[in-house]
Design a protein around this ligand. Sequence first.
Ligand SMILES: Cc1cc2nc3c(=O)[nH]c(=O)nc-3n(C[C@H](O)[C@H](O)[C@H](O)COP(=O)(O)OP(=O)(O)OC[C@H]3O[C@@H](n4cnc5c(N)ncnc54)[C@H](O)[C@@H]3O)c2cc1C
Length: 478
Amino acid sequence: MADGAALPETLCRELRRDLGDDGVLTDPADRAGYETDLLHTRTGRALAIVRPRSTSEVATVVRSCAEAGVAIVPQGGNTGFCQGATPPDDGSAIVLSLERLRAIRAVDLAGSTMVVEAGVSLADARAEAASHGRLLAIHHGGLSSTIGGNVSTNAGGNNVLRYGMARSQILGLEVVLADGQIWNGLGALAKDNAGTDLKQLFIGTEGTLGIVTAATLRLFPAATRSATALIAVSSVPAALALLTRLQAAAGDAITAAELIPRTGLDLHFAHIGRTREPFEAVHPWQVLVELTAASRFFDLDAALEAAVGAALEAGEALDAVQATSEAQRASLWALREGLAVAQVRTPGNLKNDTSVPVASIPRFIERATRAVAGVAPRAVPIPFGHLGDGNIPFNVNPPPGSDGIAFKTHWPELAASIDAVAGALGGSIAAEHGLGRSKVGAAARLKPALDLDLMRRLKRALDPEGRFNPGVMLGPED
Ligand SMILES: Cc1cc2nc3c(=O)[nH]c(=O)nc-3n(C[C@H](O)[C@H](O)[C@H](O)COP(=O)(O)OP(=O)(O)OC[C@H]3O[C@@H](n4cnc5c(N)ncnc54)[C@H](O)[C@@H]3O)c2cc1C
């Protein structure tokens, strides 16, 4: 770690002149929170934390850094899981925090769109939409993340089955380019085929091609009704059959279909302290299903009841609890959310971010379970998550009662074997969190050479000096 690295004096003077003293933090205590990610998986060393207030100030910073030959790590809420917003160790970069670009620039109810600046938190953007009777469909547990971060990681989360990833919610972007120019692509058009769709270059490319300063987001009518059920099934293929049946009955009203293994419920009960089983019998798998609608004319409860009844009759479902109150709905969701928290609380737990084609989920779970047993026979696989979009993180807990820290020695082999299973089924090692710094090696091993070559060509075209987020996505040599 390069403790001695310092912001070049001329650059420091220029930045303080342009942004004011509180716009440039160099004190180690002020830098600390920006140099380590939220999950404390990595600490880097920033020359300074630079905090512009506007798009034009971002452009000024980019130009000054370009002249001084200093690299820039864009940072939003610092909630990312792949270390993409933490600076490199060698003190060669500043962190450019977007946290002060927090304006909601416009809300257009007729067009159902909203223009927000990059530093607006996901929680605030969703609340703003809700205050107008609209839904911002980007939704996940990282509510302190920013819109800029969600754009740059193409965030997924809870609603992807129905609304798609963040990419589907983005109609336009404003981006500061590596040469300091501001690209105004803040259109609000649902239809625009006039040439290359340039905004796509900056969605999910983790701050390596440009700095997002604002986005036009698509909004939906806010859901006013929901129907929720936890359904026990005997196997993963039965869970998929149930999903197909529900889709036939309720169409796109299905907003969530979350797969929960018995091992996940056990973990939940052990850590969260609640002991009330959802069913009288113990079942190997359950699916948490939620239907939502913005129209009062759609009888969601009846649709859910009919589909679940038919699934029980067909033997696809073994038992079911349908929420009849908001409190019951919340307690069903608490099972799903508590399991994720309990997993994080288990020392030595291995998390990952795999996805496979939906039809391959049963094969993925079966083969990855075998692969894990081959590496660490008593380890506990906890595959759970988004049945409807194929994103089933294949998490693994250490054997019960064992030393969680010692279990970490198995991580590389476990991760590689799970990634290999996903890859063989046409899946991805980075379903929704990106590559950041932590998955650069895995991507280099597993992504097709031509994919990596095209990514490098784009990088060279848009950021020829490699100023933006060096070492992220493609590794330092690129
Ligand atoms: C409890 C919890 C639950 C989560 N659940 C989910 C989930 O279900 N699905 C999901 O997808 N994610 C989830 N996340 C991860 C995280 O919230 C998302 O990846 C989010 O999009 C990151 O946004 P951020 O503002 O924190 O970005 P940061 O972590 O600050 O940055 C992430 C990447 O984007 C770049 N970046 C940030 N802002 C900009 C910008 N304005 N311009 C250019 N580049 C930029 C950074 O350089 C970095 O490479 C969760 C996080 C937490 C803490």
